[in-house]
Write a protein that binds this ligand. Structure first.
Ligand code: SPV
Ligand code: MG
Length: 287
């Protein structure tokens, strides 16, 4: 499904879902522009950050993979949208090969693993915390072993480069991209925590000279002023809004809970909540 979509469209828009209800909202969301063209999300990002945050756990691989897969399984039972799983570092290579089988069973379309090692910290910390990169040969081996463990051809394994996050620079990112593609990665995600897209666009320009067609992915969290169309023109095939459903929901919850205490009733926040009827209608087979 994801492979087919990548062939049909120049670039896809993915957004994070941290539970089945947020996935249902994504599935039902559409926007028709002034030219009558309707826009929908192409797929769902299962984020380590938001899955962990929902459980009150730091984004450092504490949340076990089975809980992550169970969440995706529940999401998958409600929507046929493609799911890309953020599987952090993929764990130890001996474990990753088993995870790949489980991912296939759950019907995940793609998994992204990042080339970090040690205590994995969220990338948006940038160089404010210690971010250690994996040895290139070892990480390439993890990709190769993961690809070899697949029983069906559908699952794509994308390699995520953390060179720009950890301050290792562009040369390092390009060297790693080459090694990971050679090892069998089905695509590359380049991550950045700058507030402009300049470095990911620079990366894309160099990468595209060698790999004109290979899927290239970015996550414009910190360079949020950049339009999807500009990233698409710069060569990105999948653009991921990695945490916005969670951030939106919890901002609303903070506000509503505060206002109920403030007013001593809930009438003032009715306008800020979806109706019970809408909740009921969102859930399939309720009637
Ligand atoms: C996530 O959503 O968990 C990611 C993207 O890995 S980031 O938070 O930017 O590292
Ligand atoms: Mg993550």
């Amino acid at each position: 499904m994801l492979k087919k979509l990548l062939k049909e469209k120049k670039s896809l828009t993915f957004i994070e879902a941290h539970n089945p209800l947020s996935a249902l909202i994504i599935k039902n969301t559409n926007y028709t522009d002034d030219n009558g063209c309707t826009h929908k999300f192409d797929g769902i990002w299962s984020s380590s950050l938001t899955d962990s945050a929902v459980k009150g756990i730091p984004d450092n691989e504490t949340l076990d993979i089975n809980s992550r897969l169970q969440n995706i399984h529940e999401i998958k039972s409600l929507t046929k949208m493609p799911v890309i799983m953020d599987a952090d570092t993929g764990g130890r290579v001996e474990h990753f090969v088993h995870y790949v089988r489980k991912m296939e069973q759950v019907g995940i379309d793609a998994v992204i693993i990042e080339d970090k090692t040690g205590n994995k910290r969220n990338s948006l910390f940038g160089t404010n915390v210690k971010q250690e990169l994996a040895d290139i040969t070892e990480f390439s081996n993890k990709i190769a072993k993961g690809k070899a463990a697949q029983q069906k051809s559908r699952l794509m394994i994308f390699a995520r480069l953390e060179s720009l996050i950890a301050g290792y620079g562009m040369e390092d990112a390009l060297e790693r991209a080459n090694a990971y593609v050679k090892a069998g990665a089905n695509g590359i995600m380049i991550h950045s925590c700058q507030n402009t897209p300049d470095e990911v666009i620079d990366f894309s320009q160099s990468f595209r000279k060698k790999y004109p067609k290979l899927p290239l992915i970015c996550v414009p969290t910190t360079y949020s002023a950049t339009y999807h169309n500009d990233l698409s023109k710069a060569g990105f095939n999948i653009i991921i809004y990695a945490n916005h459903m969670l951030r939106a929901a919890y901002k609303a919850m903070e506000h509503v809970s505060h206002e109920i205490l403030k007013y001593g009733r809930s009438a003032e926040v009715e306008k800020d909540c979806i109706s019970i009827k809408k909740v009921i209608n969102l859930i399939p087979y309720t009637s």
